[in-house]
Each structure stands twice: as structure tokens, then as C-alpha cells.
Design a protein around this ligand. Structure first.
Ligand SMILES: [Cu+2]
Length: 64
């Protein structure tokens, strides 16, 4: 699943987002692309739960 995270602008952001997603699903594979501001996640968790994880890290996110 993919999410658009418009305010993700540097390595600090990607680290915070990855960490938060992995709190929800420790086995998640997270791939961030700063150029397109997209987060790709391989997970068994529900999209809603991942979206919530990104938001709780402090970032707006929407399904991409
Ligand atoms: Cu940043």
C-alpha cells in the first residue's frame, strides 16, 4: 500500500515515519521516497492503521 505524505522532507521525517509504522507492525517493510513524498509499506496491518501511524508521527497522509 502507498501513502502520500506531503510534508515529508528529510531523513528525520522518514525515520520518524518508519519508526511509527514499525510500532504498529514490527514486520512491516517501509520504503520512503522523498522525491515523490511517498511511503510504500508492505504490511499485514490495515491501511487505516498505517495511516494512523503516519499521522501520529506528526504528518498528514493520504492514500496514494
Ligand atoms: Cu524532515
Amino acid at each position: 500500500m502507498k501513502f502520500h505524505v506531503p510534508n515529508m522532507s528529510c531523513g528525520h521525517c522518514t525515520a520518524a515515519i518508519s519508526k511509527s509504522i514499525k510500532t504498529t507492525d514490527p514486520t512491516a517493510q517501509v520504503d520512503t521516497d522523498l522525491e515523490t513524498r511517498t511511503v510504500s509499506v508492505e504490511t499485514t496491518a490495515q491501511p487505516h492503521a498505517i495511516l494512523q501511524s503516519i499521522k501520529s508521527a506528526g504528518y498528514e497522509a493520504s492514500p496514494a
